[in-house]
Structures are given as structure tokens and as C-alpha cells.
Design a protein around this ligand. Structure first.
Ligand code: AMP
Length: 286
């Protein structure tokens, strides 16, 4: 297990593996690794000869400078956890490595995929930042496949769009959302929740469950959404959004089609998101 900090060192480390025809897998992260990230590393391990985990808190996707400053940074622990989960290489560049002096190029994703929901709340620069850094990581690693978490559902839609539009030769794989035993979706930001807010935050997964149950019981979209809002209100949470949309287009959900349910809310000092997909025949479980 090695840590490299430059694209040149990364390419050099991967070159012999590539030349030998080995399959390279990439798991992009912003560090502060938890079981959600590690599940993706294990999935990459099972499917690849060489697993690269990138650890980079990407400044261009943060709309809130305080959130960027407060973002947990735990590189030594991340390296140990990544290695234990089967990573071969950690790519942990400094910001100047990916955004050198004079940097002037952005991968911009336009339209509702990037401008609705998270894009509407965080500003359109958010997904431009995501699209740009993911493109740069895919160019640097040139993996056969890259793993992303279903928890960041809109990010997955945006990344798939970028890969298709730019013709990047990579397979995008998506791993299920990993939760704590009480239902809270794991997030690097959860460590910033105090005990009372940690309890209040459980209303997000309960709200998704309420929407899911309502849809499963035959409720229409507005009624199902109301069921979720009611659950959030039990903890006094007024979400930034609670949306039921088409999983591919992010357009309003239509009867008879799978429904992607997404919620974003501020709980104490932390902004949290969570999501679940409900399919008409198999409502599934959170
Ligand atoms: P982040 O470090 O938050 O940028 O996340 C890196 C990757 O891990 C992204 O593809 C996330 O969707 C994924 N991820 C984060 N949290 C979870 C989780 N609880 N379950 C599954 N994947 C996750």
C-alpha cells in the first residue's frame, strides 16, 4: 500500500499494472473514511486487480467556505482503513496539484440534472466542481471502473452524464447506501452532530421510509411527500427539499415508474442528505 501525491507518481505506479493488462478500479473520496466508503473499496477490490482510493477534499465543489474549513481531515486513519479494505494505492494530492496556478478549465454540466435539488441549493458551481474533479481523477487514474455511492444520487446521475458526454472510457458502478444500525446514512459530516442533533437527524431516514411506505400503500406522489414532511416535522426539521423524481432524468416522478426520493436538511450545524429509490413492484427497504 502506497500513498502518492502527484499525478506523475500515480501514473508511474500504475504503468506496470496497465501494461500487464490488469484491471484498475478507482474509488473517489474526500476522506474521513467510514463504512460507506469502505464498502465501495471492497466492491472495487472484488472486481479489480489494482484498487486506487483518492482522498481529496475538492475545494471547487464547496459552496460554503465554513463547510470546507470544518470538513474532517483524517489522512493517516484513512490510509490505514483503505489498506485494510483492500486498496493498493491512495492518491492524496494537494489542491495545487489538481488546480495549479493559472487553472482556468471547468467541466460544466447544464440543465436540470445539475441545476435542480443540490444544484439549486448549493449553486450551480457545486456540480461543476464535482464534474471537474471527477473528470480530472478519471484522466489521472484512467481506471476500468469507478465506484460511487447511491447516497449521493444526484452526483451519480451527473457523473454518468459527464462520462457519456465526454466519452470517458470507464464503467461507473454504484454501491448501496450504508447506514448506522439506527438508520442514519453514514456521512463524514456526521461526526459534527452533537448527541441531540444526532437523534434529530434520524428523522431523515424515517421520512424516506414514510414516503416509501406511503407509495407502497398506493398513495400518490403529493400524499407520499406529505407523509415524509410530517415525519420531518416531528423533529422540527424544515427540509431544503424533499423531492420525488425520476431516477434517470430527475424530472417529477411519474406513476408506474421507479421513484427516487431525495431529502436535504440542515440539522444543527450540519447539512445532511439522504435518498432511497422506490420501485413500483418491489418497494424495497431502506
Ligand atoms: P465523499 O467522501 O462524501 O465525497 O464520498 C465519496 C464516495 O463515497 C461517494 O461516491 C459517496 O456517494 C460515497 N458514500 C458516502 N457515504 C456513503 C454511504 N453512507 N454509503 C455508501 N456510499 C457512500
Amino acid at each position: 500500500m502506497r500513498t502518492v501525491r502527484t499525478v506523475a507518481a500515480l501514473r508511474e505506479a500504475l504503468a506496470p499494472h496497465r501494461a500487464a493488462g490488469q484491471r484498475i478500479g478507482l474509488v473517489p473520496t474526500m476522506g474521513a473514511l467510514h463504512e460507506g466508503h469502505l464498502s465501495l473499496v471492497r466492491a472495487a477490490r472484488a472486481d479489480s486487480d489494482v484498487v486506487v482510493v483518492s482522498v481529496f477534499v475538492n475545494p471547487t465543489q464547496f459552496d460554503d467556505p465554513n463547510d470546507l474549513a470544518a470538513y474532517p481531515r483524517t489522512e493517516a486513519a484513512d490510509v490505514a482503513l483503505a489498506a485494510a479494505a483492500g486498496a493498493d494505492l491512495v492518491f492524496a494530492p494537494e489542491p495545487a496539484e489538481l488546480y495549479p496556478r493559472g487553472y482556468a478549465t471547468t467541466v460544466a454540466v447544464t440543465g436540470p440534472l445539475a441545476e435542480s435539488l443540490e444544484g439549486a441549493q448549493r449553486g450551480r458551481a457545486h456540480f461543476d466542481g464535482v464534474a471537474t474533479v471527477v473528470t480530472k481523477l478519471l484522466l489521472a487514474v484512467a481506471p476500468d471502473a469507478a465506484w460511487f455511492g447511491a447516497k449521493d444520487a444526484q452526483q451519480v446521475v451527473v457523473v454518468r452524464r459527464v462520462v457519456a458526454d465526454l466519452g470517458i472510457p470507464v464503467r461507473i458502478e454504484v454501491g448501496p447506501t450504508v447506514r448506522d444500525a439506527d438508520g442514519l446514512a453514514m456521512s463524514s459530516r456526521n461526526v459534527r452532530l452533537g448527541p441531540a442533533d444526532r437523534t434529530r437527524a434520524l428523522a431523515l431516514s424515517r421520512a424516506l421510509r414514510a414516503v416509501q411506505d406511503a407509495l407502497g400503500g398506493g398513495a400518490d406522489v403529493p400524499a407520499a411527500r406529505d407523509a415524509g414532511l410530517t415525519e420531518l416535522a416531528t423533529e422540527g426539521i424544515d427540509p431544503e427539499y424533499l423531492a420525488l423524481v425520476d431516477p434517470d432524468t430527475l424530472e417529477p416522478a411519474e406513476p408506474g415508474r421507479p421513484v427516487l426520493v431525495l431529502v436535504a436538511a440542515r440539522v444543527g450545524p450540519v447539512r445532511l442528505i439522504d435518498t432511497v429509490t422506490v420501485t413500483p413492484d418491489a418497494p424495497g427497504a431502506l
